[in-house]
Ligand binder design. Sequence first.
Ligand SMILES: Nc1ncnc2c1ncn2[C@@H]1O[C@H](COP(=O)(O)OP(=O)(O)OP(=O)(O)O)[C@@H](O)[C@H]1O
Length: 771
Amino acid sequence: MNDIKDLFEDLPEPPESPTRHPALDETPALMALLARWVERGWLRALDRALAAFLHREVPEAPAPLLLAAALASHQLGRGHVCLDLAATLEAPDLALSLPPEGDDLSDPPPLPSEVLDGLTLADWEQALANPSLVANAAPGSTPLVHAPGPHGPRLYLRRYWQYEQEIRRHISARLGTSDEACRRKLQLTTGAARRPDTATAPKTLATALDALFPTTTELDWQKTACALAARSPFAVITGGPGTGKTTTVVKLLALLQAMALGRPDTASARALRIRLAAPTGKAAARLNESIAGQVKQLSLAELAGAVGQQGVDISTLRDSIPTEVTTLHRLLGSRPDTRHFRHHAGNPLALDALVIDEASMVDIEMMAAVLTALPARARLILLGDKDQLASVEAGAVLGDLCQRAEGGHYSAETADWLEAVTGTPIPAQYRDTDGQPLDQAIAMLRVSHRFDAQSGIGRLAEAVNRPLPDKRLAREKRRAVREVFGAEGKARYRDLARLPLSDAEDSGLDRLVVEGNPAGFSQRGQGRTDRRGDPVAPPLGYRHYLEMLRSKRPDESTFGESEARQPFDAWARAVLQAHGQFQLLCALRKGPWGIEGLNPRIGRALRRAGLLQASDLELEQGWFEGRPVLVTRNDYGLGLMNGDIGITLAVPDSRNAAQQPGRTLLRVAFPASDGSGSIKWVLPSRLQAVETVFAMTVHKSQGSEFTHTALLLPDAPNPILTRELVYTGITRARHWLTLVETGRGMLDEAVTREVAPSVRMSVVPSDTLFL
Ligand SMILES: Nc1ncnc2c1ncn2[C@@H]1O[C@H](COP(=O)(O)OP(=O)(O)OP(=O)(O)O)[C@@H](O)[C@H]1O
């Protein structure tokens, strides 16, 4: 029995000698089964609709083909780009969303394991041999593509197969490894193929790197990453929170610009056109904030003197380093009502280098769009944390590219070159005579500069993130995680608190969301300093922003156009900034411990504390002043992006000012996604897809950071609760983390469960070998 079957108590015992399920042979039986799965929330209506459409188009299509199509479509909704046929036959119940949140687990329809019981891989592949609907890994117009994968055959919806091909083709081209070259290389196993190098002489590069990084005798991963990225037209810098991805990329940009401005041929010496982008407005704003400060602080005198014959002008160099961060949608030029962008292969972006931060959130469709719109000569640098949850959309591109990042796998050629330019030898454990071309373009930063040995958040993140290659080590991992909290749940670290709740009405939750539960932290969170010795304010709850809302409200009686709005903009900025001090995160959407139960529950607690005025109905589904909202779908018309957070504020109603002075109107204040600090005021009625965000799912929190983060774990096991989810939740905390537990053992349970065996994409150039 696998885990999922165990969850369904009412499941009838399968017959002793299984007979083939009718859904495998009769299309009406299959459609009826798919309808039951949809009704139950096991399958999306969209997935069934695809099977029905294919059946209408080609009535003779066999049922196993239609079933495979529905399941392949379903994988997209779960983040996977295709259906791995062999893996599905091995563990069929993982192919559906089982059990969906809120399922009462009674009277279940037949599980996929029952249905697929009589089907062999050969039979299934035979059923897919239908040229009207399925093509074999080749360009064409069939809706489905049957292609080999690293672990067996796969079925793709054509669009996703094409995205994968595009990504691999563009990355291979940048690495100088066409599919052909790659295939030849592995046949000969001759070590890494040579990639096109930048023209910079190692000596100049070494001097420039020395000007940017402090001298050490130990391996400096930031310097190594900077060197590797300067050499390759495609580079990935991965690392956990605070490992210095931004710091490294700022130095890299300075290096690239210094090299460009200092070119010996003065006619070609010009600054590169570099753009910085992030997948969401929130992530863009966060990078914007940190990058501008870092560029200002960068000491450039030595670097400016190290390049060119007479060196380069320092202020020209500083001005050439971009600080403005945009969203990928804006960069590519999104157009309302279409998934096509203004920039594409026929109208490429006018730039020489593109840096994408928070690249773990970029899905396969967006990555393909970016690569297609990027001129062939432009560099691409991806930054991100490979261990974070991937995008909710299909495709974990960064995670897949970084599968081997931990081990380095630098070829002798790369390792020798790195030693020459950084002055430090690469230890044997990171060398690999069989290093792949992609390995040579990836660097992993390994030292957190945000969390030191005194930081429980850092220790906890590290313990949770530890991979579990062998289930037998689960107990040890759980112990390591528990040890961070110390005996009897009393946190050993000043930045960690544990809050057990008995039920959804437990007043401990009120204390947390209203005040931040400082009593849960040692010394009530008083007297802490950060690594630089600067004081850290004690943990806060939502009272902080709601009081800011009240105390900073402008006296102005009119809410006019731009100039007149300034006091209101300043007010909104202060409230939004205060709101970022605390956020409750949870894993689920449904039930008392999901956002649907928690949002009104928290609203009531804030109302009891006198901080909100709203009826129960308004708290459930209406608008009220103080309501924080999360945008859940890009709205190009309004310029709002999925993930943007706004706060509802009451402003003077200028439309009826003469007749009804003092009358107010609710508007939602959003920070402009260009990081300019300006405020966008939107009428609630214009917001099509928003939800209250007193509680936010961990999935939606990616790319954000909160001074105090509370992570609430549900009270029952759920497949959604994985180590990646807990790691992502923990690492949203900047200074304070409260772990809210609503049932025993859920942390243990979560940290030893990995994201459902992911269907690795074939975006990695060396995967071409199996084609
Ligand atoms: N080599 C270093 N020595 C000392 N401090 C450093 C070093 N590198 C980075 N820092 C500091 O550590 C903090 C985090 O750095 P940075 O923002 O570059 O990390 P990051 O990986 O981009 O973080 P995030 O996870 O927020 O994206 C910053 O305050 C930065 O100044």
